[in-house]
Ligand binder design. Structure first.
Ligand code: PMP
Ligand code: GLN
Length: 398
């Protein structure tokens, strides 16, 4: 039987199912499974190997024991919405109304899916940078949208603003921004963000911004695009507790937006998950209320990890690009004689006992061909794990 459906449009026309009818796993699932089956060190999928703050973990345990185990309200529990509003005020000076301008979601993943499904009509264009987080391409296609990209090229991985201006048009319904940027580690600067706002205003597009790494920067400050003049009224700003509190498996995310945009997204979200994570919601609220010292310390600790892994990759013979934020660093395997990063990543467990992800998983066509030897490594691991990975990679022939 031929299975009909929107799945055919996604994964850039190849479909979300393979020729054998099985699910085509995301690159993260594929590489994590490879790490498990080979016992290799997993620097592929971005998840920490240590628990986050005890206060946050204890709050979840307490909430389960206190009976917070039934459906929370559709918008999320009031105290978490308040904690999100307090966080936006404390870090960015933004005033958001917790009752009408905040929505709690099943991770940033659901926030992105619900937002795009709510805002796109078939044929509408969405502009993102390339490489891009794989979910963007899949959901744009499921919604019947058309995905246009602006390249972030090595070595700086910064956009060409003239190219951005050419790509955004009256057909653009959404400009989807991700900063700090997965997979390149780029933190977008004010000039780029201002250009995006200017183009969104000119072409009456909505800005959707994915800031899940907002606290994980190593020097440049994260600038929420919704802080820029003219942006607030047309921006859906998305984030998540997973990266900030080392709780990627909890899937508690949120978005802030003007009331009418929140309502449109909620109308879709209520039929996706309806709600999720009842006992985790108060725990993430506790996390969002941790002192400034906590938020400053996680960036510092991660910067050190980035340095340890980047140094190890350089010593192993890779060209390593700078990373100013996120969990990730991009390295070029060409100097080691590997032109095809996808092939290298499949063989890396056997060659070196390490798993990584090819940049091609975040791109397509001409960009993917141009960057075929680039690999993304995750450094959100304990120092001794990173040192062991570096030692193993140093054994690669070069
Ligand atoms: N956006 C980006 C850029 C990501 O890297 C991730 C994955 N960690 C997500 C969204 C998904 O976040 P969540 O786990 O909260 O759904
Ligand atoms: N965001 C994580 C990464 O980029 C993975 C999330 C996932 O597995 N979907 O590695």
């Amino acid at each position: 039987m031929t299975i009909p459906g929107a799945w055919r449009r996604a994964a850039d026309g190849a479909g979300l199912l393979g020729a054998d009818g099985a699910v085509r796993p995301t690159i993260f699932a594929e590489m994590s499974a490879l790490a498990v089956s080979t016992g290799a060190i997993n620097l592929g999928q971005g998840f920490p190997d240590e628990d986050g703050p005890t206060e946050v973990l204890n709050a979840a345990v307490a909430a389960i024991r206190d009976g917070e185990n039934q459906y929370p309200p559709g918008r999320g529990i009031p105290d978490l919405r308040l904690a999100v509003a307090e966080h936006q005020r404390r870090f960015y000076g933004l005033e958001v109304d917790p009752d009408t301008e905040v929505l709690i979601t099943a991770g940033a993943t659901e926030a992105i899916a619900a937002t795009l499904l709510a805002l796109l009509e078939p044929g509408d264009e969405v502009v993102t940078f390339e490489p891009y987080y794989d979910e963007y391409g899949a959901v744009i296609a499921l919604a019947g949208g058309v995905h246009r990209t602006v390249p972030l090229d090595p070595p700086a991985f910064l956009p060409d603003l003239a190219r951005l201006r050419e790509t955004v048009s009256d057909r653009t319904r959404v400009i989807l921004v991700n900063t700090p940027h997965n997979p390149t580690g780029t933190v977008l600067d004010r000039e780029t963000l201002s250009t995006i706002v200017e183009l969104a205003e000119r072409h009456d597009a909505i800005i959707v911004t994915d800031s899940v790494y907002e606290h994980l920067t190593f020097g440049p400050e994260h600038i929420p695009i919704e802080m820029l003049p003219g942006a607030r009224e047309r921006t859906v700003a998305i984030s998540s507790g997973g990266k900030t509190f080392n709780t990627t498996g909890w899937k508690v995310g949120w978005l802030t937006a003007p009331p009418e945009l929140v309502t449109a997204v909620l109308a879709v979200k209520q039929y996706l998950t309806y709600v999720n994570g009842a006992p985790f919601q108060p725990a993430i609220a506790a996390g969002l209320r941790l002192p400034n010292t906590y938020f400053a310390a996680i960036g510092r600790a991660l910067a050190h990890k980035r340095d340890v892994l980047s140094e190890g990759l350089r010593a192993a013979g890779f060209d390593v690009y700078p990373s100013a934020g996120t969990y990730f660093v991009v390295a070029d395997a060409a100097p080691l004689g590997f032109a095809d990063a996808a092939d290298l990543c499949r063989r890396l467990p056997e060659l070196a006992g390490v798993v990584a992800v090819p940049l091609g998983a975040f791109s397509r066509g001409e960009y993917a061909a141009r960057t075929a030897s680039l690999v993304r490594f995750a450094f959100c691991k304990r120092i001794e794990v990173l040192e062991e990975a570096a030692a193993r990679l140093a054994a690669l022939p070069h």
